[in-house]
Structure formats: C-alpha cells, structure tokens
Design a protein around this ligand. Structure first.
Ligand code: NCD
Ligand code: ZN
Length: 350
C-alpha cells in the first residue's frame, strides 16, 4: 500500500457478497463491480435459485458470457442451501471449483428466500459434510419468527441458531454475512478464526434514521434493516481498526425502481457503482485510510485462504466534490444508486 494525503494505492479489492441477478440486469450491473473488484462472491438467490451444481455451472457460463475476455474478473459462485440439498452434489461442485461456498437463507428472511431452510437441524448432515470438506458456510443470520422484532432478528439468530450450530460443528468455517449489530461484532471478536463477517458500506455509513428522514425512503430499505447508531459505531470501530475478521461484502442488491417503489417494495441497496469512492471517503473521514486495504483487499482473501490480488487500485482525492449519477439505466428500467448522504472527494484513478 502506498499512502500520501491525496493518493492511495492498494491491492485490488474483492467483493465477498454481491448480487448481480441475471439477464439484462446482470449485463447492466456487472461492469459497476469489475471496475474496482477483481473477485466477487456471487449470491445464489435468483428468482429460480442456484440450488444444484448444474444450476451453478449454467449461471457461471451466463455470467462469463457477459464479461469481455479482456476483463480480469473472477465470479465465485455459491449454492443456495435447501432442505433437499444433496451433500454429494455440493462436495463435487466444490472439488470441481464450480462453487466457492454455500449460502444459508432462513426461509422467508429476505428477497427470494422462500425456498430457504425452515428447520435448521434438517441441514445438519450437510453441515457435517461441509465441515469435513472445508466448504465455507455463508449465513444470512436473521430469525424469521414474526414475534421477534425486526431489529432484534440478528441478535436472536446468534443465540438460537448460530451458537448451537457451532457447538455441533466447531470446525465449520462460517461467514456471518452483512452483520449490522454490536452483538454480532462482540460475538465474532470472542470466537476463533473459523468465524468472520462481511460488512456493507451502507451499514457502516448510515443508521436507521435515514429510512424515515422527512418521509419513507425506500432506497435505504435493505435486509438486514439498518440499525441504531450504537450498532453502527460497533461496526465502524472494528473496520477502521483493520480487524482481520471483518471484510467488505457490498451486498449490492439491485432492484429496478418500480420494484422498490411499490406497495410492497423490495429490500436491497445498489451500491456497487461507487463502493470504493465512498469507502475511501469514509476511511479518510475516520483518519483510518491505512486500514482501507485490510477491509477491501486483504482480510477476505486471508479468510478464504486465497492469494492477494496482484493488481493494484489507485484512488486520488481531488479538491472538488465528485458527482455521482443517481441512477443506472437498464433495459428493464432505472435502478437507483446508493446515495451515502455525504460529500465524496475520492475517485478511482484510471
Ligand atoms: C438482497 C436481495 O435483494 O437479493 N436484499 C437485501 O436487502 N440485502 C438479499 C439479501 O442479501 O438479504
Ligand atoms: Zn445479500
């Protein structure tokens, strides 16, 4: 890493949690990621989810067809765990390097999760096989019990689901995806190196007030929902210190505006177009630019036991605020781009 007040050169980042969808939307959103990321863990929650290795193989070829040969970008696929998943299928997919990890969605927890897991003990035999094989489990860690408050669902998940699971499978490598609470941070800090977490730019920068500022703001609605300031502070603390167990997963989740602004609007924030500009500004505002690279480029690779990227990314700070467009136009309609509600002076140097 090279550091001067107005320039920073870091190892090229990776995105450890990304939704790119399929078809026209995928074509439109992919360039926003490979502009700054060299690898990305691709989420499997398509309308028809990626549940078998055959599905993953086919999705991978559709993704690759959207990326020009000259672009150096590696999509790393995940399988969507269901109560019907076959251990042999996912082990084979992992050995053949079709998939990198497996994603657990509690049924009903988020977008396209109705095929997810209802009874966690039903998938314990799968977890045993994954633990044996060293396949990471990526978790959307929220309970779906309608009697548990939506703001408490992550903390309750730790107590009710994650702690017993880790007692049963202590060797299993787990990433708690897009953590949002102090409880998650504290729990992860107290556990061994098998357990890590991704954190999104929006959960680092905003608290839940922004959803209700002057009216209801659907473009700030995502799952897990933004939390109280005290929780945001806990995330900021570990990330700006460069703590090894926390790394970038943008959870960039594009939905066309018509689907967000609806009587039942979709959850998801589309932040991939300016992830690095926003994060550089955020780390700069916290006088922590020296730890940007740990968060975006090093910690995740270490957890996944992958080499660091050889390529570099250079960011420069200008005197004038940069202008970020509000939407990305696609053949399916416009998608509103994440507005971090702060002034940005950093940009990627071409
Ligand atoms: C994601 C999506 O739209 O696929 N939405 C979101 O709010 N983050 C799903 C998810 O990661 O929960
Ligand atoms: Zn997600």
């Amino acid at each position: 890493m090279k550091n001067s007040p107005n320039q920073i050169v870091i190892t090229k980042p990776d995105d450890w949690h990304l939704h790119i969808r399929d078809g026209e939307i995928m074509k439109a959103v992919l360039p926003a990621s490979y502009r700054w990321a060299r690898r990305a863990i691709i989420m499997p929650n398509l309308l028809s989810p990626v549940v078998t290795c055959e599905d993953a193989r086919s999705y991978l070829s559709r993704i690759k067809a959207c990326i020009e040969k000259t672009v150096d970008f590696e999509p790393m696929l995940t399988l969507y765990l269901t109560e019907e998943t076959k251990a042999e299928d996912l082990v084979l997919g992992f050995r053949e390097k079709i998939i990198k990890a497996v994603k657990l969605y509690p049924a009903g927890a988020t977008t396209n999760s109705h095929n997810g897991v209802k009874n966690i003990t039903k998938i314990y035999p799968i977890l045993a096989a994954m633990s044996e094989e060293g396949i990471p489990l990526l978790i959307h860690g929220e309970v779906t019990d309608p009697y548990v408050d939506v703001f408490d669902r992550e903390a309750v998940f730790i107590d009710k689901i994650l702690v017993p699971m880790r007692v049963e499978y202590p060797e299993l490598n787990i990433v708690m995806e897009h953590i949002t609470t102090k409880q998650s941070v504290d729990y992860i800090l107290g556990e061994n190196s098998n357990l890590a977490a991704t954190i999104t730019p929006h959960h680092l920068i905003l608290n839940r007030n922004v959803i209700f500022e002057g009216g209801i703001r659907p473009h700030y609605y995502c799952l897990p929902v933004l939390k109280r300031e005290i929780h945001r502070q806990a995330l900021v603390d570990v990330v700006t210190k460069g703590h090894k167990k926390f790394f970038l997963g943008t959870d960039s989740a594009p939905h066309i505006d018509d689907a967000k602004i609806d009587k039942c609007g979709c959850a998801g924030i589309f932040n991939s177009p300016f992830t690095m500009e926003i994060l550089a500004q955020f780390f700069d505002n916290h006088n922590a630019l020296e730890n940007l690279e740990n968060f975006t480029s090093l910690n995740g690779a270490e957890f996944y036991k992958l080499p660091y990227n050889k390529e570099k990314l250079s960011l420069i700070k200008s005197d004038e605020m940069i202008h970020m467009p509000e939407v990305l136009e696609t053949k399916k309609g416009p998608i509103t781009i994440f507005n971090p509600n702060m002034q940005i002076f950093w940009q990627i140097e071409n």
